[in-house]
Design a protein around this ligand. Structure first.
Ligand code: PLP
Length: 428
């Protein structure tokens, strides 16, 4: 493959944008080399500025669950744009997408739309703190909840790739209110509750973790967190920015049959436009301004283009009864194929998967939390990444990311990918 134009564009970008990118992990620092500049995408494929084609396993980091340039979303955005792109006034569209989201997700009465997953999680903990009148939150090492101050404490993916567990600029005052537990380790959570009685507003968790690779919750782990929160009068926040509208219509609450108090959304809910949202039952959501005391706002929140895209996406997912089964079947097929290909060449690895989230870790031991995720051999991952890229298969440029599977992938695409993994495995 020739990356001439991408390389040139990166040099130009670096002069005017820090690191040449608007989100750090795009810069390929975790894998070496320079980033590929996207020119267009359709279905399962993305095309770069040198006209190379890749089977895309990033899919804008999740949103394109039905493939790139999905026609109903494209049409909805174009139609809306003709009638004005932003008003700063309420629109009917916002009520429509809110009602649809609430009908799909269990246990929520109201939803508020924001512009990113970061904003959703940031607002969710403010709401939880306001509602409980407590300051502290528990987060899990390796979970990512966006880049707001409270969460940049052992934050997985981007932050881990760059080894900035605590970013400069996050004050000690803020950091002290974020208590750190270990994923799948209930005792670590209990200990924090014991040591901070009546001080913990909420636990926030990726109920299936996706920012340290894909890490499923152990049997009963989420249920035990639910019980602990009930016992200590704290709220349970599910950050479903990645899992929401991906693992099931109703997300992880539905999949594992456990209720959260506040649920955060992003990625799929915007159909590829900048959207986040948080939702809860009335009692909690009515604590928000303008009817409650907790302030939260946004000039472009509920933006009509974004809402049109999100609505078209959710309608498509809601009316297709088999979409999540298909995604699961395709990802299972990929998992089996990769497993066989890597085994054949005696590569040491572990694969984790839940539905259409999957990650390959180059370590023999089970990957169940941030510590075990960090044991993966990053040098092998780098070779794996660049090898696949040369074969026209684009996975996330970091060992701490899941692959995002799209329904636009055909079984031919999956076979091509498995074959490429086999070729690359020889040289690992
Ligand atoms: C991507 C992600 C976020 C942040 O969303 P942005 O839209 O990038 O701000 C938060 N939580 C989880 C679980 C995510 O995967």
């Amino acid at each position: 493959m020739i990356y001439q134009r991408s390389s040139q564009l990166f040099i130009e970008a670096e002069k005017v944008i820090p690191g040449g990118v608007n989100s750090p992990v795009r810069a390929f620092k975790g894998v070496g080399g320079t980033p590929i500049f996207a020119k267009s995408a359709k279905g399962a494929y993305v095309y770069d500025e040198d006209d190379n084609r890749y089977i895309d396993y990033i899919n804008s980091w999740g949103p394109m669950i039905l493939g790139h340039a999905y026609q109903p979303v494209v049409d909805a955005v174009i139609e809306r744009a003709k009638n004005g792109t932003s008003f700063g006034m309420p629109t009917e569209l916002e009520t429509k997408i809110a009602a649809l989201a609430i009908s799909m997700v269990p246990n929520i009465d109201k939803i508020r739309f924001v512009n990113s997953g970061t904003e959703a999680c940031m607002s969710a903990i403010r709401l939880a703190r306001g509602f409980t009148k407590r300051d502290k939150i528990i987060k899990f090492a390796g979970c990512y909840h966006g880049h707001s101050d409270s969460f940049l404490i052992q934050a997985g993916s981007g932050a881990s790739t760059f080894g900035i567990p605590n970013s400069p600029g996050v004050t000690q005052g803020t950091a002290k209110d974020t208590l750190l537990a270990h994923y799948n380790d209930l005792e670590s959570v209990k200990a924090l509750f014991e040591a901070n009685k009546n001080e913990i507003a909420a636990i926030i968790i990726e109920p299936v973790a996706g920012n340290m690779g894909c890490i499923p919750p152990k049997d009963g782990f989420l249920q035990s967190l639910r019980q602990l929160c009930d016992e200590y009068n704290s709220l349970l926040i599910f950050d479903e920015v990645m899992t929401g509208f991906r693992l099931a219509k109703g997300g992880v609450q539905e999949l594992y049959n456990v209720n959260a108090d506040i649920v955060c959304f992003g990625k799929v809910i915007g159909g590829g436009l900048p959207v986040g949202a948080f939702a809860a039952r009335n009692e909690i959501m009515n604590y928000l301004a303008p009817i409650g005391p907790v302030y939260q706002a946004g000039t472009l929140s509920g933006n009509p283009l974004a809402m049109a895209a999100g609505l078209a996406m959710l309608e498509a997912l809601n009316t297709d009864d088999e979409v999540f089964e298909r995604l699961d079947a395709k990802t299972a097929y990929l998992e089996n194929g990769i497993r066989e290909a890597l085994q054949k060449h005696q590569v040491i690895f572990t694969i984790n998967r839940v539905g259409s989230m999957i990650s390959v870790h180059f370590d023999a031991n089970p990957v169940v939390d941030f510590q075990t995720a960090k044991n993966g051999d990053n040098e092998t991952f780098k070779k794996f990444f660049h090898g696949l890229l040369k074969e026209g298969v684009y996975i996330a440029p970091s060992a701490y990311e899941t692959w995002f599977i799209t329904d636009a992938l055909s079984f031919e695409d999956l076979d091509y990918t498995i074959n490429a993994v086999g070729k690359v495995a020889k040289s690992l």
